[in-house]
Design a protein around this ligand. Structure first.
Ligand SMILES: NC(=O)c1ccc[n+]([C@@H]2O[C@H](COP(=O)([O-])OP(=O)(O)OC[C@H]3O[C@@H](n4cnc5c(N)ncnc54)[C@H](OP(=O)(O)O)[C@@H]3O)[C@@H](O)[C@H]2O)c1
Length: 188
C-alpha cells in the first residue's frame, strides 16, 4: 500500500503559521523532507490549495523574482519543486472547489476516496497540508508518517498545526536530525 506522508514546518510551540496567517519564519517553501524521490502525488486541503498553486506558478514563471510569502528570490530547491509540481498529480480535498490551473489536479470529495487512493498502485503520496486537513487525516488514521521540521522560535498566539485534532494518538519516533539554522527534523 502507498504511504501517505505529511510534511510540515512548525514552531517549537507547534504553530504552523503566525498571527498574520503565514509562517514568515520559514526561509523557503521547498520540499525539505527528502520525500521527492519516493512520491508521485501530493494531497492538499482546499484552504491552502489556491495560494499554493499561485505560489509555485509564480516561481515557475519568474524564478528570479522574489517569492510571495518569503519576499526573497526563490532558492534552487524551490525552483526545483516549482518544476516538479505542475507535472505531478495533486489531489485536493474539497467539497466546494471545482477548478484548478494545473491539468494534473484532481478533486477528492471524501476521506474514503483518499483511502482508495492509497490502495492504488504507485509511489507514496505527500500530504502538503494545511492544518485542518492534516489533523483530520491523522484522526482518521490515514497518515502513515509525519515529518516535522521544528524552527527555533515560539510563534505565540496563532494557529496550531493540531488545533482541530479530536483524539489523542501516540507516535513512534523514527529519526531526529539537527539541521542548519537551529532547525530540527523529526520523523514519526
Ligand atoms: N507550516 C507549514 O508547513 C504549512 C504547510 C501547509 C500549509 N500551511 C498553512 O496552512 C493554512 C491552510 O490550512 P487550513 O487548515 O486553513 O486549511 P486546509 O487544511 O488547507 O483546508 C481545509 C479545507 O479542506 C476541505 N475539507 C474537506 N474535507 C475535509 C476534512 N475532512 N477535513 C478537513 N478539511 C476538509 C474544506 O474545504 P471545502 O469547504 O472546500 O470542503 C476545508 O475548509 C495556510 O494558511 C498555510 O499557510 C502551513
Amino acid at each position: 500500500m502507498r504511504k501517505l506522508i505529511a510534511g510540515m514546518k512548525i514552531s517549537v510551540d507547534g504553530k504552523m503559521e503566525g498571527p498574520e496567517g503565514m509562517a514568515d519564519w520559514v526561509d523557503a517553501w521547498s520540499e525539505d523532507y527528502g520525500l521527492t524521490p519516493q512520491i508521485d502525488g501530493c494531497l492538499l486541503g482546499a484552504g491552502m490549495y489556491p495560494g499554493y498553486e499561485r505560489y509555485w506558478t509564480a516561481i515557475q514563471a519568474a524564478p528570479q523574482t522574489p517569492a510571495w510569502i518569503t519576499g526573497k528570490p526563490p532558492t534552487p530547491a524551490e525552483i526545483e519543486w516549482a518544476r516538479f509540481v505542475p507535472q505531478t498529480p495533486h489531489y485536493v480535498l474539497s467539497s466546494t472547489l471545482t477548478s484548478a490551473l494545473w491539468p494534473t489536479t484532481r478533486f477528492v470529495r471524501s476521506l474514503d476516496e483518499i483511502a482508495a487512493l492509497k490502495q492504488q498502485p504507485g509511489k507514496d503520496i505527500y500530504l502538503v497540508g494545511g492544518a485542518r486537513t492534516t489533523a483530520s487525516l491523522v484522526d482518521a488514521g490515514l497518515v502513515d508518517e509525519l515529518r516535522l521540521i521544528a524552527h527555533p522560535l515560539i510563534a505565540g498566539e496563532s494557529k496550531a498545526l493540531f488545533a482541530t485534532t479530536k483524539r489523542r494518538r501516540g507516535l513512534d519516533l523514527r529519526t531526529v536530525q539537527q539541521l542548519p539554522g537551529g532547525r530540527v527534523s523529526l520523523i514519526y
